[in-house]
Write a protein that binds this ligand. Structure first.
Ligand SMILES: Cc1ncc(COP(=O)(O)O)c(C=O)c1O
Length: 393
C-alpha cells in the first residue's frame, strides 16, 4: 500500500479560529497565523473515512461504546509499554481541559495548591485560578538552549502542600517529551509528598524521529495509582473540532471518584460518536501518516533554527524533540515582554503565542506553530528578520 503522507488542507472552504477568525479580528488580509495550536494539514484520510462511515450509517443517536474503541486505546498504549484495562480505566470527555476540570473537581478542593511546571500553556494557570485553587509555579531551568526540571524546587513546591501536580508531556510550549529518568524523579517526589499527578499528554504522538514518549503512569502500578492521564486524537491527527478526549485512571477508587464528578455534569454517557470513530481510525490506521508528519515538522524546526542562527543570531530556538512548536528566545531585543506579540502583530502582521502569558520563565519568548506550509514559515522568518533588525539595540 502506498504510504499516506500529510497534505496541506484546501482552505478555500474552511472557517477556522486559527486563520479566518484571526484575520477578521486583526483586519490584516496578509496575516501569518502561528499562534493557535492547530495544524494546517488535512485530517488523515482513514479518520475522514471513519467519520463518513458514521454519517453513511444514517443515525447520530447516542452511541454505545464499541469494544474496538477500548481495544484501540489499549493497543495504542501497549506501544509505549503500558498495558491497561481500557474498559475499566478509560472515561471519555469533551476536551482535555474539561477533563482536567473534572480531575480538579474530583481530587482537590477550593483553596488547595496545584503545582505546574512553567512556562506552560496559559490555560493551566487560568483554570486553577478560576476554580479557586492556588497555582504553585515551579519554573523549569533554561540553560544552553534546553530545558530541565529543577527537582529541588519541585520538591519544595510539592512539600508546601500541593494536592496535585499538573504535568504536560510532551510539554507545551517548549516541545519536550520528558525522558523516563526525568519522569521517574518527578514520580518519586509525588510519592514522597502524596501528590496526585494529572498529566496532559495531548501532544504525545508528535515526536521528532528518534524521540520517545513515556506515559508517567507506565512507570509502575504505584505511580499509575496516583495518576490521571489525559489524551485525545485532537492535536496529533487534526481533530480538535470534534471536541473529544479521554482520561485514563487505573486506580479503581480514583476512577469512581472521577466518574462521580462526571455524573454531576451528566457527562457519564452518550459520548461523541465522531470522536470514538476518530480514535479507532487514528490509532489503528494512521501510524505512517503521523511518522511522515513528524519528519516534516522536524525538518521545519531545523529550517527555523538554522535560519535564525544564520540571519538573526541574537535570537535562538530551543532544542525540541516533540510537538509542532518552535520556542524562540527573543529576550535580546530588550523589548517589554508583554508587548512582543502585540508588536509582531501590529508591525509585521504575525500572530504568535506570547511567552509572557505562560508563567514564570516565559517572558521574552514566543511560540511559533510550524504545522503550516513552508511558504508561510519562510515568509514568517523574513518578517521576523526585519522586525529584529529594527528593534535590536
Ligand atoms: C497542552 C494542551 N492541552 C490541551 C489543549 C486543548 O486540547 P483540546 O481542545 O483538543 O481538548 C491544548 C490546546 O492548545 C494544549 O495546548
Amino acid at each position: 500500500m502506498e504510504r499516506e503522507t500529510p497534505v496541506l488542507a484546501d482552505d478555500s472552504k474552511l472557517y477556522r479560529l486559527k486563520w479566518e477568525w484571526e484575520k477578521e479580528k486583526t483586519g490584516y488580509s496578509d496575516l501569518l497565523s502561528f499562534g493557535t495550536a492547530d495544524m494546517d494539514y488535512r485530517t488523515p484520510e482513514p479518520v475522514l473515512k471513519a467519520l463518513d462511515d458514521v454519517i453513511a450509517a444514517g443515525h447520530l443517536g447516542y452511541p454505545m461504546v464499541k469494544e474496538e474503541f477500548y481495544q484501540a486505546i489499549r493497543n495504542h498504549y501497549m506501544e509505549y509499554g503500558w498495558d491497561i484495562n481500557a474498559i475499566s480505566s478509560v472515561a471519555q470527555h469533551i476536551g482535555i481541559y474539561p477533563a482536567a476540570w473534572n480531575a480538579i473537581d474530583a481530587f482537590t478542593s477550593p483553596g488547595d495548591k496545584i503545582t505546574i511546571l512553567t512556562p506552560v500553556h496559559f490555560c493551566f494557570r487560568r483554570m486553577i485560578v478560576l476554580n479557586d485553587r492556588i497555582p504553585i509555579e515551579c519554573p523549569l531551568i533554561y540553560s544552553n538552549g534546553r530545558y530541565s526540571i529543577d527537582y529541588h524546587a519541585l520538591d519544595a513546591c510539592l512539600g508546601s502542600g500541593s494536592r496535585m501536580l499538573w504535568l504536560c508531556n510532551p510539554h507545551n510550549p517548549i516541545g519536550c517529551a520528558w525522558k523516563k529518568d526525568e519522569l521517574t524523579e518527578i514520580a518519586q517526589l509525588a510519592e514522597k509528598h502524596g501528590t496526585i499527578i494529572l498529566t496532559d499528554d495531548v501532544y504525545s504522538g508528535l515526536l521528532f524521529p528518534g524521540a520517545e514518549y513515556t506515559p508517567i503512569a507506565s512507570l509502575s502500578k504505584e505511580i499509575s495509582y496516583r495518576t490521571i492521564t489525559l489524551c485525545s486524537t485532537s492535536k496529533c491527527y487534526n481533530t480538535t473540532g470534534l471536541k473529544h478526549a479521554y482520561a485514563i485512571i487505573e486506580n479503581p477508587e480514583m476512577f469512581k471518584t472521577y466518574s462521580e464528578s462526571l455524573d454531576r455534569q451528566d457527562l457519564g454517557y452518550g459520548m461523541n460518536i465522531m470522536g470514538m470513530a476518530a480514535v479507532i481510525a487514528a490509532y489503528g490506521e494512521c501510524d505512517e501518516w503521523l511518522h511522515s508528519l513528524m519528519e516534516e515538522i522536524s525538518r521545519k524546526h531545523r529550517f527555523v533554527t538554522d535560519f535564525i542562527n544564520e540571519n538573526i543570531p541574537a535570537l535562538s530556538v530551543t532544542e525540541s524533540n516533540a510537538s509542532y512548536f518552535a520556542w524562540i528566545d527573543m529576550r535580546s531585543l530588550g523589548m517589554n515582554a508583554k508587548e512582543i506579540a502585540y508588536r509582531l502583530e501590529t508591525e509585521e502582521h504575525m500572530v504568535f503565542e506570547n511567552g509572557a502569558d505562560l508563567g514564570k520563565g516565559g517572558a521574552g519568548f514566543i511560540r511559533m506553530n510550524l504545522a503550516t506550509s513552508d511558504m508561510n514559515i519562510e515568509r514568517g522568518m523574513e518578517r521576523l528578520k526585519a522586525f529584529s533588525g529594527r528593534h535590536l539595540r
